[in-house]
Design a protein around this ligand. Sequence first.
Ligand code: ADP
Length: 408
Amino acid sequence: MSNEKLTDEIALQKKLDRIKHTFIILSGKGGVGKSTVAVNLALSLSLKGLRTGILDVDIHGPSVPKLLGLMGTRAGVANEEIVPIEVFGQIKVISMGLLLAGNEQAVIWRGPMKANVIREFIQHVAWGDLDCLVVDCPPGTGDEPLSVAQLLGARSSAIIVTTPQQIATIDVEKCITFCRQVGLPIAGIVENMSGYVCPHCGKEVNIFSSGGGEKLAKDYGIPFLGSIPLDPDIVKSGDEEKPYMYFYAGTKTAQRFEEIVNKLTYPEKHEPDAAGKDAESKLPVDSPSGDKGKEVSMKFAVPTNQGKLCAHFGHCEAFALIDTDGEGRIVNEAYVTPPPHEPGLLPPWLSQQGVNCIIAGGMGSRAQQLFAEQGVRVVTGAQGEDPREVVEQYLKGTLQTGANTCDH
Ligand code: ADP
């Protein structure tokens, strides 16, 4: 190996050493919602407190920038490295769509050039320390997934996205065979567009036969991670460039994404131990009963009037600030009076209090957007009275949510 190549290898290895785990998102065919799943799983991981990156290696049709509301944004360069765009203060993004001068520009690259650009995306991007990198691959098992698997192989696992119609096709089998051939562990299968959420009543109806993903996973001895319904709000969020996990937090579909993330194994949040070493990594195993990643502690804010959940977030008397530990137990509860009502003030103020999730009866869309920018999760339409019970129900997944009671 020439000196230059060796230096290059060392530089790449140094970058890889700072990324604890990579989830490679694959699908047999296009249009199954692979990018949608990739982006929302990445958001869900980052909302759990994990330092998360998303790398869109779909060179010909990058869709991640649109899903994250980054159309027209361009990544900069500092110290001879590409600086990823940071959205919501906690998730780093790189995509061909953030590097090209115009979105309409077509990229005509052949296999070896694609391999080089994917290498560049790791080696020459200032990712810093990441707990998780989510890689959105183009559909199929071509050059890009192969390069990604070869480059990131050791600390990565694949998530295969499919739909009820695709399950019985050869394309899904090809994905599984591909992973096995390149020695890439399979974190599991996600069945997307499974069942339909009625926009009027919110009820889920199975249009196509369901359960196929689970059966397929069983047949191949790989984990089934869960299913995401066909939800009109997912299309709307994509069209409006509003990341689903932020703008539709607390919905049943958002909970499905969270459930999938809870089934994944990933390294714990970066917290050096007493000896200064990183917490031990739990690498994914190709087994449904693999160890679950640990939850992280949270600080919730619930707007209240006379100690009870109040519908009008912007005009509440006090916020109940409720801390939970890594096991989801409430460890502290305090009431704080907010500053005088002024548009746009509460989201940064609550973020300064260390709040990472707000559970409200209602909230205007501007405030929701401001919270999203602060990286604070928003749950609207919460029902109930006692803020403590509301948080407990949210953690148990039993919180009743209805319409956003104050959408102005
Ligand atoms: P892929 O990356 O597989 O090509 P996309 O993530 O770009 O697919 O999704 C294709 C289209 O399907 C988009 O319009 C997206 O909003 C929509 N979509 C994806 N998942 C869902 C879902 N669960 N419910 C409704 N629409 C969805």
